[in-house]
Structures are given as C-alpha cells and as structure tokens.
Design a protein around this ligand. Sequence first.
Ligand code: URA
Length: 433
Amino acid sequence: MRVYDIIRKKREGMELTDGEIRFFVDGYTEGSIPDYQASAFLMAAFLQGLSFQETFSLTDAIVHSGKVLDLSRIPGIKADKHSTGGVGDGVSLAVAPVAAACGLKVAMMSGRGLGHTGGTLDKLESIQGYRCDLSEGEFARVVERVGCSIIGQTAELAPADKKLYALRDVTATVDKKELIAASILGKKLAEGIDCLVLDVKCGSGAFMKTEADARELASLMVRIARERGKKVTALITDMDAPLGNAVGNSMEVIEAIDCLRGRAPQDYTELVYELSSRMLLLAGYGTPEECRTQCERAVESGAAFAKFKEMVGAQGGNVGWIEDTELFPRAPCSRIVRAERDGFISHMDAEGYGTAALLLGAGRQKKEDAIDYSAGIRILKKTGDEVLEGDGIAVLFASDEALFPAAEKRLLASVRYSDAPPPARPLVLGVVG
Ligand code: URA
C-alpha cells in the first residue's frame, strides 16, 4: 500500500477502505508518513468529505493508535462530557463536580485552548499547583476516591489525534464535521467511559456556525459512539454570544466556583444543570426531572462545591484559592469598553470576544506562547441588554496597557446594536439521541 495512492483516491472523491485509513493513521502516528503527505490527505478529506464508514474507520484508527483505558475496576458508571469548543465556556469545571456529587464517576480528559476558543486545562492550571498531567494510575485513583478528575490527554491515549489536530490547526482543516467527530470521539472512546454527553456548540463563536451543521455533527457523533456501544446524548447549544460573564482562564475558574456556590449568571448555571442532569439521565439516575433535582440539590447543599475542592486538592491544587478566590492573582491593568451608541445589544460576535481575550494574553497565538492566566474580559452587557452611549459594556484585563487598543477594537467590532430588543435565543437549541 502507498500513501500516495490513498491521497489520490480521496482526491478523486472515492471511498477509502478501512485498511487504507488505518494504514494512513498508523503511518502518520509512527512517523513513516511525513507532514506534507498527511496535510494533502487532510485537505483531500476536507474537500471531498468522508462517508459514514470512512469516518467510523478514522475514529476507530485514532482510538487504537494508543492505549484504551480500562476503568472497569472502578465501581459505578463512568461518564464524561465534551464540548466542541466555545467562548467563556468553562462549564466542565462545574459539571464534573455536580455530577460526581450525585454519585457518578466522572473521568474527564480535556484539551487546551484552540484559536479563539478556551481550554479547560488552561483554566485549571490557573489554580496554583493544579496538576493536569496525572499518570493513568493516579487519574483512576482520583476518579475512584473523589468521584471526578479532570486531566489532559496522556501521551499514550489517542496519539494520532494529537498529531493530526496540530496539523489541522495549521492547514485550515479544523472545521470539517467528519474530522471533528473522529478527533473528539477518537479521544473519548479511548477513555474507558460508559456514558458521554456532547455539547455541540452552534453560532458565531463555534466551529459550526449554523444549526443545521451543528445538528449534522451531533448526529454523526451520536451514531459513531452508539455503534461503539456507548450511551450518548448530544445537546446543541447556543454559542452566538459568550457564555456567562467571564472570558479568560482564572476568571472562568472563579465563575465556575460562583456557580457551585449558587451565584453564577443564569445562562451559565442553566447549561451546567442541563449537561450534568443529562449525564445522570444517561446513567439511569431517574427521570429528567429527578436528575435535574439531584443536580440542583448537589449545588444547594454545598456537596458539589466540596467535590470541586476535593478534586483540586487531590490533583495538587491550592484549595485555599478555591475557598477565597481573592487569592487568584489579578491583572495589573484594566480598561472599560464603552457602548458606541444608544440602543439594545442585538448581537455579540462570540469569536470576536474570544479573539479579543487572546489578544489580551488569555490564549496562545502560537503553540509555544505562554498564557497570562489573569488576562481576559468581564462582560457587563450582553445580547438583549439596553445601553446608553458611553455605558460600560465590558472590562478588559491584561498585564500591559499596550495590549488594550487592539483588543478593544476587536471587541467593539463584535457588537451590533438595534433600536428594538432582539428576539431571545434559547440556550439549548436541540437534543440528539
Ligand atoms: N475539539 C477536538 O478535540 N477536535 C476537533 O476537531 C475540534 C474540537
């Protein structure tokens, strides 16, 4: 078999066999297929698309490019939640302890920020001492003892995705449904979980800009995960505006803590309950209403907050910072961004907000960039809010005043106004599976 022939076959729009896809994934993972041929393959797949069978084979080849975790010795149902990526979307930090406080075992492997979207690992690493690099043995022990653990993908788990993702990121081949589905499920199916809740983001801040595309991606992932014997549900949720009021790493950790203490913004809290109660529902914890009530009780009783502290402590993090969020380092510089006219905010381009946060230092412009954990945006006004010209709509935080002009320009360009209130957009746009 020659990779040249595989690229050519895909370029011509023909369907690849399972063996050809496996040959490509294994060869690229072990290094016998170079980046330039893998790039050509990805672009051919991007332009010609992949059939369901090809996407299934690609997912399976990614799963088997490394080790598949065995968590079966941990009693109870193991579950995870995964988002396709958004802005201000730090809800995993709250969802995991809420579900764990209800009795689920949450084994969560998360990623870093990509482009304008934030990453759960970067957020957690803003907590002094928190270790995302637990060994598989340590991970399993924390899941068993505490009930939840959030770590990064280990080197042995789905190594093909790590290499392919980095290549897609620089070859403009990220936003293709089949490739996203294989990438996400390639990791999730290697985790040894029983249940998976997918949060497929849709709108200006998401990879899927339209509801139709988000629905197609959700259906594809649900079908693959089901055929692999997992219990799975996908929620299609709004990412046309940033979620909650914080964009930036330590600011989003503080927002998650606020949620666990029952005082986060309404959209954020609602999504945490939607996702955590869906996890319980999949695991057979009762009717939708009963699952929702269990999640709400876990927050009201303080059990979910206690779980979060326990997890942070078990992973080496400074629990004092969780108890007193004033201890998180604050950015030395801030600037208020003001409304440019009277009216209602009719649209916030979430990608623009994410990019503005990136420009402030909250994300990486190049893979090797260091993150400024205290940088970010506090959102003061959101879609539907009425403003007068000059009202503060957001506060920027950074370590250097020189970063403000570009970020402010990007943010202002992301806001649109109208004379009448815009129609309200529901948070959950659909459920698949
Ligand atoms: N998240 C992933 O893990 N992979 C993708 O391709 C997109 C989002």
